[in-house]
Design a protein around this ligand. Structure first.
Ligand SMILES: [Zn+2]
Length: 463
């Protein structure tokens, strides 16, 4: 329902921080401009379990009164509650890049399966079901990067490449010739596959992520060399290399780099398995959007290279194919989800392979406290996998340099580009320590008015 003239007078131009404030996950911001209610992201709050109990609570606003919803990118902590919003009455328009819409559809299908299983255990209704997803996708409008779109005669929008994952966008709202920017997650450019984060030079207000607000990345330069070394070591000792990996972006980066090793002749004929139905589907989406990848990669594709495929590569969709991997003699490489070993097929490979010192578990992503991945990373000698006790004797290595987020120095560099126009920066989507550190650095280094809003806080915009 569009607001009537009376309501428009009452609604102030403001941003309300319903989620992603004081925490990394659950991004959910309400921007009110000229009486129009616009949500940016509607993500799952994620902790130890796939879905925390708080996700089941009703939204703190009337979903039917929201006019637009923008999805910055297809990670669950940014889109995971959209079908629930539709279930609660949202009938406005959802807007994102075409790649984000496609990836979101795939993520929702996977989520339905997990949510249905969780609902069986809890005895409660699932958060959402396939009918909600069908309705959600019917409300979804695709907008390409850089295509200006007028929401009303006063409000126009434009999406810019955030360089974080395929299709990720920053959203620029222009109102009264003033620009308000929501960054979503910002990529750790340059990325092996994606284009660099685009510059924003004229924002007045900015809502920025701060996952790495308090620290800089180490090991960026060594990441490719470390991956190569892990593969050559496993090959020499004829072991099994297990790589738990996130389905979107990280898996495709790994495949691309391994593909390069094969072409450069540094990888012998070791079989490589992608054992994740979700990651296989996501990789197919990447193949449809290669025009979004960086120029170097596009040139390789034009030169005839299938960047995610090589002779000894096999994707295993069926459970029987997945089980058959066990019979393949080592050395071999298995990439499987989930990225933190909190579920998925990686568990059965870990159960089979962790107790042999010839094997290796290579951690290439962040491992949250409480996950099996973190326990192993922290040196647990024995773990429980699917109810069975497993001794950890395999070698455990970590490569930190693959993060898909900008670090503290690069976040500051990003804001600095708007130094002529910026009035206020809202630091969000980070742990409190990380957000507050970035707030202080933005004040000290750039002299910028920066704050870290609390959950539920409403901040009026002077526009
Ligand atoms: Zn993200």
């Amino acid at each position: 329902m569009k607001p009537n003239t009376e309501q428009k007078k009452v609604l102030k131009n403001s941003i309300t921080f319903f989620g992603g404030a004081g925490t990394v996950t659950g991004a959910n911001f309400l921007l009110t401009l000229g009486g129009v209610r616009i949500l940016v992201d509607c993500g799952l709050t994620q902790g130890e379990k796939y879905c925390d109990r708080c996700n089941y609570e009703p939204f703190p606003y009337d979903a039917s009164q929201v006019d637009y919803l923008f999805a910055t990118h297809a990670h669950a902590d940014h889109i995971g509650l959209i079908p629930k919003l539709v279930r609660e009455g949202f009938r406005g328009t959802i807007i994102s890049t075409p790649a984000t819409r496609d990836l979101s559809g795939t993520m929702f299908s996977d989520a339905i399966r997990i949510l249905a299983r969780e609902a069986q255990y809890s005895g409660e209704d699932p958060l959402y079901e396939s009918e909600d997803v069908r309705k959600t996708l019917s409300l979804w409008k695709e907008v390409e990067y850089h295509t200006a779109l007028e929401l009303t005669p006063d409000i126009s929008i434009r999406l810019k490449d955030a360089g974080h994952i395929l299709g990720s966008a920053m959203i620029e709202f222009t109102y009264n010739r003033k620009k308000i920017v929501f960054t979503g997650d910002l990529g750790n450019s340059p990325s092996p596959l994606l284009r660099d984060t685009e510059d924003i030079t004229d924002a007045e207000y900015m809502v920025i992520e701060s996952v790495y607000g308090d620290r800089n990345h180490e090991g960026r330069e060594q990441r490719i060399e470390m991956l190569q070394r892990a593969i050559t070591d496993i090959s020499a000792r004829r072991g099994t290399l297990m790589i738990p990996s996130f389905s979107i972006q990280r898996t495709q980066v790994l495949l691309y780099l391994i593909n390069n090793f094969v072409e450069d002749g540094v990888l012998q004929k070791i079989p490589v398995f992608l054992d994740s139905p979700l990651a296989i589907k996501v990789t197919d989406i990447f193949k449809r959007y290669t025009h979004l990848l960086n120029k170097e990669v596009q040139d390789e594709i034009k030169g005839g290279d299938d960047i995610f495929d090589f002779p000894q590569f096999k994707d295993t969709k069926k459970v029987s194919e997945s089980k058959a991997i066990l019979k393949v003699p080592s050395p071999k490489i298995i990439i499987a989800g989930s990225g933190m070993s909190s579920g998925g097929r990686i568990l059965h490979h870990e159960k089979q392979n962790l107790s042999d010192p010839k094997n290796m578990l290579l951690l290439v992503g962040y491992q949250a406290v409480g996950t099996l991945g973190r326990l192993i990373q922290d040196g647990a000698k024995e773990v429980t996998i699917n109810g069975e006790s497993v001794r950890v004797k395999a070698e455990i290595r970590t490569i930190n340099g693959f993060s898909a987020h900008k670090d503290s120095d690069h976040l500051i560099e990003f804001v600095e580009k708007s130094h002529m126009s910026i009035k206020k920066v809202f630091v969000a989507m980070g742990e409190p320590k990380s957000s507050l550190f970035l707030v202080q650095r933005l004040r000290d280094y750039l002299g910028v008015n920066a704050v870290s809003p609390e959950k539920g806080e409403v901040i009026e915009l002077d526009i």
